[in-house]
Structures are given as C-alpha cells and as structure tokens.
Unconditional design. Sequence first.
Length: 476
Amino acid sequence: MSGKKIKLIMPVYNTEQYLEEALESIVAQSIGFTRNIELYLIDDASADKSLEICRKFQKQFPENINVTHFEENKGVSAARNYGIELVKEENDVIVGFVDSDDKLAPDFVKQVASYFAEHDDINFATTRIWYFDAIEKEHRLNWRFENKDVVDIKKDYTFPHYYIGGAFVRRSALEHLHFDEGMSFWEDALAVNQVILQEGKYGLIRGAIYYYRKRPDESSLVNQAWKNEERYTTFLEQGYMRLMDYCKKKKHRVIPYIQFVVAYHVRGFMKKSKKDIVGEVLETDEDLADFRDRLQVVLKRISEKVIIQVPTTLPIMESMLSIRKGRQVRAKRVYKDGDCLFVYKGKIFARMSERKVRLYYIMDTPGYEGMWRGRFLSPVYAMKRDDYIFAEHDGQRVESQEYRCRRQLFILGKRYRCWFHAGFVINIPKEWKSARFGIYIAEFGKDVLMNEIVFDEVEQVFLGKASEPTYDQELD
C-alpha cells in the first residue's frame, strides 16, 4: 500500500439488524484489516444495540477501531463531519465512507488501494454499487465504469456522481469535503460535487464493489426523503440552485457537468416508480403547479443541449423541456427508411420499429369470440384514430379493430399521452404459429414493422388473464 492507510468512516444509527454484517465485511477484507485499515464508528445516539455491537468489535480490534458515541442525535452529516475531523490532520491517508447497513466485497479495500497507488493525480474516486437484500441489481450509473477509470468533467460532462457511500478521498482533498448538517437529503450529492468541482476530475474504481442495502420496509433515508414535503419546495433552492451557485462562484458559470448532474436528478421526480409518492405529497393541482414553477426556475439554468443528453424516456424528456420553456414541447415525427423516428434538435430519441405490440389473451366476449386482445401502449407515441395495428405472416396481412382503452399518462399533473386508440382486437388465423406485427401510421400513410410474436408462447403466459395489463414501466 506504499505506506498509505485506508481509513473508513461509518455513521451508525439504530442499525443493529444490519450492523454486524457490515462490520464483518470490513474486518474480513482480503488486504488485511489489522495491518491496513482503521475504522471510525460514529454512533449517533442509537436507541437499540448498535453501540453495544460497535463496542464488541472495538474490543476485538482495539488498535484499528475507534468508537465515538453522541449523547444526542445529530444526523448523518454531523457524524460524517466529526469523522472527517478525526482523520484530516493525518498525512498520507485515504478516507472512505461506508453506511452501517451496507457491506463491502471481500477485496474491496485491496482494489481501492491499488487504484490510488496507480493514480497519483486522483484525489477523489468512487466504486461500483450493487443493490442487495430486497432488490438485487446493479446501480444504473455503473455504466460509467465500463470504459473509463478517470472522469474529466470538462470532457465527460455526462458522467454524474451523487453518493458518498463507497467513495474515497485523499487527505489533500479532504479539506473541501463538508456535509451540510441542515440538509436532510442530497447533502452527499452537494458535498461530493463541490470536491469534484475543485478537482476537475474523479476516479472510477472498476474492481471494487460496494453493496448498498435496499431494505424491505423502505426505511432508508433515501426512500423516506421522497415523502418529505421539503423535497418539493426548499430542496430545489437549497440543493439544485445551491450547487449551481457554488459552481458559478468557482467557475464563473454553471458548467455543463453541473447542469447535467442536476438535470439527470430532476428526472427522478417524473419516473413512474415515484408517481404515487409524488401524488401523496403534492395532493392538489395548486401544489403541482407550484412545484412546476419552482422546477422551471431550475431548468432555465440548464441548456437544452445538456437536457437532451439525459438518458430517459421521451415523455420525461418532453416534460422537462416543456416545463423549462413554459409551453408544450414535442419531438418531431419523421418517416425514414420504413421507420418513424422521434427527433428533437437533431437528436433521435426513439424509433417506432423498436416499440412492441403486446397480446394478452383470447377473448370470449360476445362479438369478439376467439380474437386476441392486445395493446400498443408505448410511452413514445399515442396512436391516432386512423392508425391501426396489423399482423403479417407468409405474405398475408390481418388488420386489427380498435378496442376501448382509457389509459392516459400524466407527469407532474400534466397529460403527456392519451392512449384511447391503443387497445385492439385481432382475428389471427388458427393455422398461424407466429406473425410479425406492425403499425399503420395514417399521418404518413405508411407501415412500420415491429416485433414478432409466437402465439403458443403468449398463450402459455397470458391465456385467461383478463385483468388490465400495465407495462409503461419504461418511464423509469
């Protein structure tokens, strides 16, 4: 390790259920815990057995584990800041942050140490994240690690970073890291990006995996933050605007990287998975209108060029652009080479050929006996009255009939899609084993071919299931 010690700071608060697993993952590190790691446990006035567990591990490793107990609860930011104060006077150290309900892969610290040994010019770096427990999947930002080990924020401005868990800071950059103790959420995104702005770059430690626990009861601070009314009011000023103001002070403008950090995060308010939570907090039309007005102030500080780089669905992109401009913005539909393209400012957001027709069951409703019921319910396009779905097989073509569909798509109180014409029934010849489905777009008088469906496979899954299908999860 070239003489450098890894120091880990862990705030602890009422996590007795998970704490031992977290600590075991640290003391079992392949690099050798007693020789190379020091752990600072900051117990934030826990009311359960968390402090007792901390003391037990400290007794086992008195030279490596430091335990601090707060008599009164001060919050995770205060705990992290206290930990920073304990280590920042020491030279030649690398400081990392671990939450008390998470855990580290066995060779995590070894990978971190190797990275910093090979990158003398990197003072802040982060690791890959995998969710575990209630959800097991990788973090959506892990794509950043595929082809890069260093992000230059001037060139790579679409590589945002937000979290402190699994992040590491050299002593030389630690003085720029401070968590706002008055913020109840996004304090880590604000803090780490202030460091990243100071450095102009950050590292990506591809080999190190940080396991982030998704609790079954959704009791984490991140999940609870979405239910806090301040998330939709003062947060926009104290979080987004504050970061952009800090950037302007340091760089004399809001650079594209910070614009993208904010724009990418804004899309979270519009995701399908957050719809019910947002609806609980913003109950009235007045609440939604007020939030959109506040959001417009934020988005006006972000260029269209940056916004359209955000990887998201077309309705969310249109929603962001519409709020920014204060008027309806829609991508232009262009028919080219047998396909319908959705284009805005020269950027192709979606292709109709990549959409899918879905079949659900064979009907027994009088007048529709033996017909397949299906939908073309894509978030990128709302079918018009004269559009229709068709199926083709061996040169034969069967056209569908429209069947009532009442679904609509609302984002932050505004309607962005009306799928009244998306439902259909279709009479498929019994001898057909499969068919290629497509859509006739009356606007162009043209067809667009889409997916192929094998009917036996659909029957095995959907036969007899007549409940209303939902699959607009693409909005996430």
